[in-house]
Design a binder for this molecule. Structure first.
Ligand SMILES: O=C(O)c1ccccc1NCC(=O)[C@H](O)[C@H](O)COP(=O)(O)O
Length: 250
């Protein structure tokens, strides 16, 4: 037989609709700033709506735990329990107690952010122990990382990425804070640069505003983008989740 062998198929971009919880309500923030909330009602109803629409993943954030203004731990555990789909949990997971509680919800994986910046040895231990169940959130302004609900400075993106790669981190969730909750489109250059610097999968977060943005993120699957988190665009009804899923299935 002769001819060119078929190219291996490129995986489909995974979509992770977001439910960010503040004071028991589903909200979206602008630039992740506390006090910039727009409320969207029951977080459980929002999560169930995304599941009914065909989501394979839910990105569930406890903003109070992230900001240190309390927590929604029981609510978040109840939502995770009610889901038949994969759940990525984020917000305030920084020590053994919060990590054990988060993993015990039955979520598929957790995002560590602040811990990777402030207690790197603890984060490295969590990566070594739980492997694929740990993702690291790289939340950046420019190329400077932010922690504690994005309020504190956390060092250089590239140095931290190299360290986490060496420690065996399975995946990164990359957010450009300047884009988050703004409907201004994702930072594709940042995503490309991170993908060029690591061989680990990258989940894009922040700024998605349209189906065209999803197509643009999907064009980065061959270089290492695995998924895209969608928050504000779904709540603002810029498009439906069904339309988004159909777009990335083409
Ligand atoms: O994820 C966190 O820990 C977090 C902490 C502090 C502020 C915001 C945080 N997450 C926000 C999200 O994960 C958003 O849901 C996501 O970036 C969606 O953004 P967008 O599509 O722009 O609404």
């Amino acid at each position: 037989m002769s001819g060119t062998p078929p190219s291996p198929s490129v995986p489909r971009l995974e979509l992770l609709p977001a439910v960010d919880v503040r004071d028991g309500q589903a909200v979206r923030l602008v630039h992740g700033e506390s006090g910039s909330e727009t409320g969207y009602g029951s977080p459980l109803e929002a999560a169930l709506a995304w599941q009914r629409a065909g989501a394979e993943w839910l990105h569930l954030v406890d903003l109070d735990a992230a900001f240190g203004t309390g927590d929604n731990r029981d609510l978040v555990a109840g939502i995770t329990d009610a889901m038949d789909i994969k759940v990525e949990l984020s917000g305030g997971i920084r020590d053994d107690a919060s990590l054990t509680a988060a993993l015990a919800t039955g979520c598929t994986r957790v995002n560590l952010g602040t811990a990777a910046l402030e207690t790197p040895e603890w984060a490295a231990k969590a990566i070594a122990e739980y492997g694929d169940r740990i993702a690291i959130g790289l939340d950046v302004r420019g190329t400077t990382l932010r922690g504690r609900g994005w309020t504190s400075e956390g060092g250089d993106l590239w140095e931290t990425l190299a360290r986490l790669d060496a420690e065996g981190c399975a995946r990164y969730v990359v957010t450009d804070i300047a884009k988050d909750g703004t409907l201004q489109g994702p930072n594709l250059e940042l995503l490309k640069s991170v993908c060029a610097a690591t061989d680990r999968p990258v989940v894009a977060s922040g700024g998605v505003s349209s189906l065209a943005d999803l197509r643009a993120i999907a064009s980065l699957v061959p270089v290492g983008v695995e998924g895209a988190i969608i928050g504000k665009a779904l709540y603002a009804k810029a498009f439906t989740l069904e339309e988004a899923l159909a777009e990335v299935a083409r």
